[in-house]
Ligand binder design. Structure first.
Ligand code: 0X9
Ligand code: ZN
Length: 324
């Protein structure tokens, strides 16, 4: 039965166990750090993969974030795939070895573990999107993490002020425990006044899209985004979409969102970044809960785009022939 929680998907305790296993097996490649606690007290994990992962090196950093939305479990599988690809390929695959040696790669395999564990509880998937934090003056739980980021928060009709809504933006920017912790983690990667993270992907489902900022406006060029910067996002987005067969577009082309991670990572932190909406392309193929036997194929599909993004992390602007 399609709607029964599928054991083929990785629970939060299983993610933690998988990460611990990778650290034990590859201590010279993988290090895991707790960047905070969820509302319900779960450890929030960021995994660093590099050639000396317990220390900060002066190398371009890349961030992969997963599962802001609980009901998008395929994105957690994507995190597992990235970590497995890099650790298995190191020392045998020349391209992967070179990228791991010259980058610091951060994987946040599940940024919303409370949501995931609630979504998996019971006899059917719970169709749960948000966090599980209490909201003052309401019985409704949770904030939509991808409406709670601190750039143009609540500006433009791309979120809701109603705690009962799927797209509730929260009481204030970063009011969700899990958003504040992840934003603090990103800010902590500013070393010597410079943000070390240069490129990022935030994984979602579904729609088979590669999206780039801004989401709050239909304009390509806006306050904080000049034409070269837009063109860089577009060119890198199109390159990656050529590899996975997704449709590339500015995120507002889908619909207007305000307070998304994309807009904040770019406008506040200067990180060239994308949202990937993974499989399926249309609701007929399982929507948020495709059968777990698609995991292999649909995560493999994004290996090439991930490697392309890692490659351009030294200077994303070189894709348009600029050095910025
Ligand atoms: O609405 C969202 O947050 C994302 N779609 S989902 O079905 N996974 O909920 C799309 C976000 C795209 N917009 C921006 N990243 N700005
Ligand atoms: Zn989503």
């Amino acid at each position: 039965e399609a709607m029964h929680p599928d054991d083929g998907y990785t629970s939060y305790p299983e993610v933690v166990e998988h990460v611990d296993g990778l650290v034990a097996e590859h201590p010279g490649l993988v290090h895991s750090q707790v960047y905070g606690q969820s509302y319900e007290g779960r450890d929030l994990l960021a995994v660093r993969i590099s050639d000396d992962p317990t220390v900060d090196q002066d190398k371009p950093e890349v961030l992969f974030t997963h599962s802001q939305h609980a009901r998008e479990p395929l994105t957690v599988e994507m995190a597992v795939r990235i970590m497995d690809m890099l650790t298995e390929g190191y020392g045998s695959d020349e391209r992967i070895t070179e990228l791991v040696d010259t980058r610091e790669i951060w994987v946040v395999p599940n940024s919303n573990p409370d949501g995931t564990e609630y979504d998996r509880s019971g006899d059917t998937w719970q169709n749960w999107r948000k966090t599980r934090g209490a909201n003052e003056g309401s019985e409704a739980l949770g904030t939509d993490m991808n409406r709670n980021w601190a750039h143009e928060w609540g500006c433009c009709g791309g979120s809701s002020g109603d705690p009962g809504s799927m797209t509730y933006r929260g009481q204030a920017p970063e009011s969700a425990t899990e958003v504040e912790a992840l934003a603090d983690f990103v800010r902590s990667r500013e070393v010597g006044g410079e943000q070390q993270i240069t490129t990022a992907i935030d994984f979602h489902t579904y729609g088979e899209l590669v999206l780039w900022p801004f989401g709050y406006t239909y304009d390509e060029v806006a306050d904080g985004m000049n034409q070269d910067e837009y063109d860089t996002h577009e060119a890198l987005g199109e390159l990656m979409a050529d590899s996975n067969g997704y449709t590339p577009q500015q995120s507002s082309g889908l619909y207007i969102t305000d307070g998304s991670i994309n807009d904040w990572l770019w406008a506040d932190q200067g990180i060239v970044n994308f949202t990937f909406e993974m499989y399926p392309g249309s609701p007929g193929d399982g929507g948020f809960y495709p059968p777990s036997d698609v995991i292999g194929e649909e995560t493999a599909r994004n290996e090439e785009p991930v490697l392309q993004l890692l490659d351009y992390a030294d200077c994303p602007y070189r894709i348009i022939g600029e050095e910025e």
